[in-house]
Design a binder for this molecule. Sequence first.
Ligand SMILES: [Zn+2]
Length: 234
Amino acid sequence: MRLKEHKKTLAGAAVLAAAAYSFLPSQIGKWRYLTDSGERQKNIYLTFDDGPGPYTGQLLDLLKIYDIKAAFFVVAQSAAEYPELIARMQDEGHLVGVHSLNHRSAMVQTPEQTRMDLAESVGILRGLGVNVRFYRPPWGHVNWETLRQIKKMNLTRVLWHVMAQDWRADTTADEIQYKLLKRTGRGDIICLHDGRGRDEAPARMLEALNASIPIWLEEGWQFKRLDERKGDFL
Ligand SMILES: [Zn+2]
């Protein structure tokens, strides 16, 4: 075999290996969320990723006004910086799940790094008094080792049905609100972000949420906590 062809074969094998290691398991997880949830009630499930951060306190204030219980998928290193917010989430009846140690994608992590990431992040949250049961991988990316570990650790992988691109620098609160109200369906898990976003993105998310909640309520939607959801998460 000529060297050039050999290199092509190697590149092809690398692409296939990457697809088998992470791309396919990630996509298969997401496809499952495209199917009908089977839920007939007007229930929706608010979830927040990438916090805690400077805006998380205001978000908790807003949820408290309407007595809405949500789920927070926190970045463990940020959780360690804001232990009082993790305590407040739990005191106020929210669910705390894990969203990795420092938001690295499983697509670029070796099995060893994947194991360490999960072990360390779950360890930090347990140290903060959280009974960790739910895991949302950053960008929804997993690899085979992630799947093996979460099974071993008895964690449930949770993705989402509705995303409103609220983390983007070039979006407005109006656009976020429009997407939220238009995209929401029965039984949907809604994914918003209270940390990490560009140019104060969580502030726009908060504005959109503040405007959307009364409309949802008027339309008869009920806010439920993720662990009240029936059926398969995967
Ligand atoms: Zn994230």
